[in-house]
Write a protein that binds this ligand. Sequence first.
Ligand code: ADP
Length: 538
Amino acid sequence: MLGLMQDWPLLASRIIDHAAANHGAREIVTRSVEGPIHRTNYASVRENALKVAKRLDAHGVRLGDRVATLAWNTWRHLELWYGIQGLGAICHTVNPRLFPEQIAWIMNHAESRLLFTDLTFLPLVEKLKPHLPHVEQVIVLTDAAHLPENGVGAVPYESWIGAVDADFRWPTFDENTAAGLCYTSGTTGDPKGVLYSHRSNALHALLACLPDSFALSCRDTALPVVPMFHANCWGLAHAGPMVGARLVLPGAKMDGASIFELLRDEKVTRTAAVPTVWLMLLQHLDKTGDRLDGLERVVIGGSAAPRAMIQAFRDRYGIEVVHAWGMTETSPLGTLCTLKPENAHLTGEAWLDVREKQGFTPFGVEIEITDDEGRARPHDGETFGRLKVRGPAIARGYFRLGDAVDGEGWFDTGDVATIDPLGYMQITDRSKDVIKSGGEWISSIELENIAVGHPDVAEAAVIGVRHPKWDERPLLVVVAKEGRTPTRDSLLAFFEGKVAKWWLPDDVVVVSEIPHTATGKIRKATLREQFRDYSFLG
Ligand code: ADP
């Protein structure tokens, strides 16, 4: 229509151009894989990204081609991120923590043409290469001096980009073009690829910067401990340059002491990672008595942030935890937990009750909870339902698998949640794990959280077991603490007054071990299989 706004596609190249033009000297600090701290800035990252694009273009990489990275968070990975995306190719970040067979499966499914990797993973790549028929070249993110002899004809990144100058113009294309590809972990079935578009990334990065998200500005120093291969780096690889935040990248070291050193030495104000990382950091601080001055906000997600962790950050270190929920399919920020004016007065346990929730949606994310038939359930903070989500940065489907949303655009997350009258969402379960008893739902997580509070219990899992009358009933499976022998009666008595009577597990089994996934989550499917023929009648 005449007189409307300009057509200015929201491209990744525009983000790095903006950073270089407005915040060119802002530092990108990396604990390099080779060892020393490395310092560069946005202007230089842009220049090298242009070289990456020029080299890829000369190699014959075209719009929509996949280019893979198997790498830690470093400045070189950031250059690749923008070089690949800026050219219109797809930056396929591969998770090196997966089993080698899964990595090969994912690389072949994506048909990625080049593979950029860190020195750390060169031995793995040498083993995998014969099984990667689509990979035309391996490039190692180092210089010639550090690259060892290798059996895959790998070349050093610095020489590879050193062969060209930065005289290259970013191409312009539709903002709905794919920019990134990230596979879900695939705990059940094959991994599924989520394709982020330039538009979805730009909108997601904008919402990541908002005051109730990362609250990121050019005065901040952000440390994304969350890897770039984990769910789109939680938006930080786009949001940082978008606002000109100083970035600190941890390279290969994510233990408590290494993260602490970076937080302290580089005066980090914002950081983000899964609970395990913060558990290690808090243990380190406990041991050393070190303080964390200057750190203001820690975003925790990926799995539930324990109440004690949120409290420890606040009470001992004066740091605000923002509990967040999301998934690879949601770019990933779905909800974040900060206080609203309505609950800003809360203190003590009531304050923790709110902060422990996964939070409310920023603009651009809509959530709803429904029953199995798709009927909306009340937002009373008690009733739970299947969590559905939609928005411009939520996946419509999976790479090569087609659409996965319903007629109204809702994506079923596979999570079960409550939403309270103020809009705060709280995850109560995965939909595969919730126990369906007499048409009502029982949260296995809530029962487990209570069970681990029992003095004799080291670990607990609750699963639904077939029941002739109620369809399913909860079975509590526990591992005893060393030297303790929990009894059925004392365990069941422990639930009384804490949950409704009909939630009480029908039985208790003490086992020596509970099975876990590679990322430390309880393998409920295996447990269900193990207790498939369990009879409550004995
Ligand atoms: P990951 O690689 O972290 O497992 P996924 O996209 O596979 O990433 O996992 C997303 C799932 O992780 C969500 O569907 C949810 O079950 C769980 N999750 C993410 N954040 C939280 C959170 N804050 N609390 C509880 N569960 C969470």
